[in-house]
Ligand binder design. Structure first.
Ligand SMILES: [Zn+2]
Length: 260
């Protein structure tokens, strides 16, 4: 089983990371992807990837932190992007729910990071909240840079946007939110072919039902796989295999790393 989006460097998990990784290995969690949000988390993610065989990392700046994006950060992204265990640019995007960085800055930094990702040959991991229209406009404007894949992390948009994104070849990662009571999510998932779906926890956030509100860890990934299996009406092992195929197809550097 795989967790394509989490934050092991988060203070809620950092002290227990050895224990969590050991348990993941025991329970058959094959690998996890630690997501970068700013300079400290980007550096911490690469360190974790060097320390633990099952950890991969991303480079990039979260929309909340867009206001601190500068040339020095971009240079550091570029330096780390060629690391064999850095597999994507993320989490990048727009967050109009909290508006921690102003919206114009978020849009500029999102567009800039899409171009950088293309120059590295890496796929994207998007964080979009309450900003699907603007995100869509930026993706359309930056279309020539979208050569390595677009993945919507914790997709919360409409069924209609999902349909459009499927047509463009995008992927979708789902976590705890699909276990919350919300019929709308299942309607969205019906738009998404099974070969575009990935599993994630977003640990330490978004713990799934029945653990909602607790500190989430990658050990909860079986709950997500089970829920996806229910939605797609196949058994858990088949869902697991499908997710693994999708993940290795999307994150080419992981497939390459595992083959070496
Ligand atoms: Zn995240």
């Amino acid at each position: 089983m795989l967790d394509t989006h989490l934050h092991l460097d988060d203070p809620k998990l950092a002290d227990d990371v050895d224990k969590i990784i050991a348990e993941c290995e025991q329970k058959g969690i094959e690998f996890v992807i630690n997501n970068s949000c700013d300079l400290p988390t980007m550096l911490a993610g690469v360190k974790l990837a060097e320390r633990f065989e099952i950890v991969f990392a991303t480079v990039g700046m979260h929309p909340h932190d867009s206001k601190s994006f500068d040339d020095a950060f971009a240079a550091k992204m570029t330096e780390l992007a060629s690391h064999p265990k850095v597999v994507a640019v993320g989490e990048i995007g727009l967050d109009y729910h909290y508006d921690i960085s102003d919206r114009a800055t978020q849009r500029d930094v999102f567009a800039a990071q899409i171009e950088l990702a293309d120059s590295y040959g890496l796929p994207l991991q998007l964080h979009i909240r309450d900003a699907y229209g603007d995100a869509w406009d930026i993706l359309r404007a930056q279309k020539k840079y979208l050569n390595n894949g677009v993945l919507w992390h914790c997709y919360g948009g409409s069924a209609e946007f999902a349909r459009q994104a499927v047509k463009e070849g995008h992927y979708f990662a789902f976590g705890g939110a699909i276990t919350f009571k919300n019929a709308h999510k299942e309607e969205v998932l019906r738009q998404i072919p099974i070969d575009r779906v990935l599993s994630e926890t977003d640990s330490p956030y978004m713990a799934p039902v029945p653990l909602r509100g607790s500190i989430n860890t990658p050990l909860n990934i079986p709950i997500i796989v089970k829920k996806l299996a229910e939605i797609y009406q196949i058994d858990c092992p088949a869902m697991e295999t499908q997710i693994r195929d999708n993940t290795l197809r999307y994150f080419g550097k992981i497939a390459e790393y595992l083959n070496n």
